[in-house]
Design a protein around this ligand. Structure first.
Ligand code: ADP
Ligand code: MG
Length: 546
């Protein structure tokens, strides 16, 4: 079956029902009264309507346009109505109201233009019929049941005038209402569409912002969490939504007071917290808490917008350290030089004096102490100078795993490593080419590995492992030595902070600088008495930083 516009179909159906009902009523009337009613023309009207219905269906099959279909039907109706009016007494006919039905239908379905056109068509048909009957051009129908009394011309015009006024008034009123309805429903549609768009936009914005967003109902239960919130908190939405905010442990106890105050005064609160634990690591979170309102201004809970500041904080810390190191370096490089020259003179002179044969053994011993200590001092200054004014950095391609192996071999054979120490290595891949300064990188390995040994004065195990991706290699030195407190860890890269008996406190400061210059980073994981793991990540090709 072909598709018919719903309104066109409805109109056909309603008409069929109306005509069929009429037909049934007529049949009942004719067979139940003994009196013969001359209403056979009603059969004609019904037959005509059924026939026209076939035409309407044919038109609907051929033309999709709704207005054309409706116009054809209205025209057909007007034709049938005019016939009916003619059969039932012309201008006296009780059926002339049917014109109004058609006008209302057209006004409603085809709006103002359709309504007025139909009203005009009715005027023409009605006036035409009236005039043709009045002037005797067509005969009066021979029915007798409804008879047309001869009209005076005055009655004729009065009848027409009142009918015409009725036709147009109906068309105007009905189409006014239907136009209004049409505009309203168009507006409603547009509003609904823009509302839907706004909703989608809102959802997109909330889903795509890089900040975490959580809303909390007045009861304290979390009612919403966007994807970024789940990512920052490393917790799926199902585990966040529906839980009390306090359970999330985003804020420490002492912050609650302040937040509550802000809520009570309906003001926003901002801050930073390091309370949240993400898989064993503390996360620094910067947040803004804002009260939410309903449309009529009632409190509706709060929203929390937050960011993960952990990386930013780490960078800040590193920058601060770099600044401090630069300042210290500038100042002390000069002094170091000033010490080194007289120191060389002292050591040289003592060396000469020591050769004298007139010295008592006690004096010889003292001289040796001077030499040994000045040597040590010289070594410290050398370290220091390297730290503040490192040698020219080369950038060549070399095998970093081979460098690591060599350094560890050197350490195995050095005096530092006692029998109570074990050195394990799992170096995979066996070869990894890197661009940088091999001497400096070797120095970093040496510094870190030596620290590990020094942190295990009573023996222990140093395990060196590597892991590589295409872009970078990660080298980890894990010892089971005495470990570091939080405080020690913070001071690890700062120059001159040492807890080793013969240390200078420069090894890690130098290493930090070298690794930075190679575009890499150092991560520290340590617990007091729980050993230390120092992980170096070096990119294959450094984005050179100064
Ligand atoms: P130095 O070795 O001259 O003391 P470093 O810069 O190499 O200077 O180390 C600084 C400090 O960091 C050390 O004195 C020590 O307290 C601590 N440290 C470094 N590595 C370790 C480690 N593997 N285990 C425990 N403490 C360490
Ligand atoms: Mg050291």
């Amino acid at each position: 079956m072909f598709r018919i516009v719903p309104e066109v179909r409805t109109l056909i159906a309603v008409r069929i029902v109306a005509v069929t009902t009429l037909l049934v009523v007529v049949l009942i009337v004719q067979f139940t009264t003994d009196q013969f009613l001359p209403i056979n023309y009603l059969y004609l009207v019904a037959a005509l309507t059924y026939a026209l219905t076939i035409v309407y269906l044919a038109v609907a099959a051929l033309v999709v346009d709704r207005a054309v279909n409706l116009a054809v039907q209205v025209a057909g109706d007007l034709l049938v109505e005019t016939l009916l009016v003619y059969f039932t007494g012309g201008l006296d006919s009780p059926f002339s109201f049917l014109y109004l039905v058609s006008i209302i239908t057209a006004s409603m379905l085809l709006y103002r233009r359709g309504g007025l056109l139909t009203a005009s068509a009715c005027v023409i048909l009605y006036a035409g019929l009236g005039d043709l009957l009045y002037y005797g051009v067509i005969p009066m129908p021979e029915q007798g049941f409804f008879s047309m009394t001869p009209f005076s011309s005055f009655r004729l015009y009065l009848n027409m005038a009142t009918n015409f006024a009725g036709f147009y008034a109906t068309a105007l009123l009905t189409s006014y209402v239907s136009e209004k309805l049409r505009v309203t429903s168009l507006e409603l549609d547009a509003n609904r569409r823009s509302l839907a768009q706004l909703k989608v936009l809102n959802e997109n914005v909330i889903a795509s912002i890089p900040s975490g967003l959580i809303t909390v109902a007045p009861s304290g239960v979390i009612s919403f969490a966007n994807p970024s919130a789940c990512e920052i908190l490393a917790c799926p939405a199902v585990e966040i939504v529906g839980r009390p905010l306090a359970d999330l442990e985003l804020f420490p106890e002492e912050d609650w007071e302040r937040l509550r105050d802000a809520m009570l005064t309906r003001k926003a609160a901002r801050g930073e917290t390091e309370h949240y634990m993400r898989g064993g690591d503390r996360v620094t979170i910067g947040y803004a808490v804002t009260p939410l309102n309903t449309l009529d201004g009632q409190p509706a809970g709060i929203s929390i917008i937050f960011q993960d500041l952990t990386d930013v904080k780490r960078l800040e810390e590193q920058l601060r350290l770099k600044d401090r190191m630069a300042a210290v370096g500038e100042l002390s490089a000069g002094i170091a030089h000033e010490i080194r020259n007289p120191l060389a003179a002292i050591a040289g002179s003592v060396q000469v004096l020591k050769k004298s044969e007139r010295l008592a053994p006690q004096e010889q011993r003292l001289m040796s102490i001077i030499l040994k200590e000045s040597d040590r001092l010289n070594k410290s200054i050398q370290d220091f100078l390297q730290f503040v004014r490192p040698s020219e950095r080369r950038a060549i391609e070399f095998d970093v795993v081979a460098s690591l192996s060599e350094t560890l071999d050197l350490l195995s054979n050095s005096l530092e490593l006692g029998a109570e120490h074990t050195l394990e290595r799992a170096l995979d891949p066996p070869k990894y080419m890197l661009v940088g300064d091999p001497d400096q990188i070797r120095q970093v390995f040496w510094n870190i590995a030596r620290n590990a040994i020094q942190a295990m004065p009573r023996g222990g195990r140093l395990r060196v492992t590597t892991a590589a991706t295409y872009d970078a290699i990660r080298i980890e030195f894990a010892d089971n030595g005495r470990g570091m407190s939080d405080h020690e860890q913070r001071a690890l890269f700062q120059p001159f902070r040492t807890n080793f008996p013969t240390g200078t406190g420069l090894g890690m400061a130098i290493s930090f600088r070298i690794v930075q210059e190679h575009g890499g980073r150092i991560e520290v994981d340590s617990e007091p008495e729980g050993g230390t793991a120092i992980a170096l990540t070096l990119p294959r090709v450094p984005t050179m930083r100064s």
